[in-house]
Write a protein that binds this ligand. Structure first.
Ligand code: FPP
Length: 236
């Protein structure tokens, strides 16, 4: 579809990739088959966001709560994640900045190395920011509070001088624009610890399609829905 430039240009979008398990179950397949298809959709939708001129897109790949899943499923998701980081995108030749949100210390050392390299290699790129949230969730806010508390303990910061901006600067998304809207497919209506701080004024767009079935047309529909919303940011 051809869109006017202003359709999606400059938008910041958060995406909760949900429904992989249900998609697989509907087809009598193992849950991991849903993640495999979901990962391919992730890549296509990330590419499409770049084509549309989106300024940043954040995908929720693995939450701090997802460790509760069977080891086999966790391993399959991590394996897919590694595969896509290695060969999914032609990162080096593209103008995308890649950032990983979340506590990577708990991840496999090889994966961490790859993540660090991708971030460093793409840090100076000026195009779309692609955030991938892995081992990410509410602990982001606790981490920010601890970092500021540490400064207070060291005597370099007074509690009364702590501002919202300082909190934002201690999130994994430091320096980035907050999401304009958060998209959750699969019919669920929860944030599930996704961008809790950054989503304060985000519009929530939920859709009935399962993530592995999600298409470029669905993203068009979500953006069209967002563009109809009237955002007042607490004003009138
Ligand atoms: C949620 O669906 C999906 C996940 C917890 C994992 C998402 C991971 C990928 C798409 C693959 C790896 C990531 C990248 C970036 C390549 P669910 O399993 O909770 O679905 P359900 O609610 O239907 O069970």
């Amino acid at each position: 579809m051809n869109h006017p430039k202003e359709f999606a240009e400059g938008l910041s979008i958060g995406i909760i990739m949900d429904g992989n398990g249900r998609w697989a179950k509907q087809r009598g397949l193992p849950r991991t088959a849903g993640h495999k298809k979901g990962a391919a959709v992730f890549q296509d939708i990330a590419n499409y966001c770049e084509e549309l001129g989106v300024s940043s897109v954040t995908f929720y790949a693995f939450s701090t709560e997802n460790w509760k899943r069977p080891l086999e499923e966790v391993s399959a998701i991590m394996k897919l994640f590694g595969e896509y980081l290695l060969k999914g995108f032609n990162y080096k030749d593209r103008n995308i900045r890649i950032k990983f949100l979340g506590d990577r210390a708990a991840l496999d050392a090889k994966l961490q190395k790859l993540m660090n390299e991708l971030e460093e290699d793409s840090a100076a790129k000026t195009g779309m920011t692609l955030n991938i949230a892995v081992n990410y969730g509410g602990p982001e806010i606790v981490r920010a509070a601890r970092q500021l508390a540490q400064q207070v303990a060291e005597g370099t910061l007074k509690p009364e001088d702590i501002t919202e901006e300082m909190m934002s600067d201690h999130m994994y998304t430091a320096g980035q624009k907050d999401p304009d809207f958060i998209l959750r497919p699969s019919g669920e209506k929860r944030l599930s610890n996704f961008m809790l701080w950054q989503a304060a004024y985000a519009e929530l767009v939920e859709m009935d399609v399962l993530w592995p079935d999600f298409t470029r047309d669905d993203l068009d529909a979500a953006i069209t829905e967002f563009n109809k919303r009237s955002r007042r940011f607490g004003g009138i």
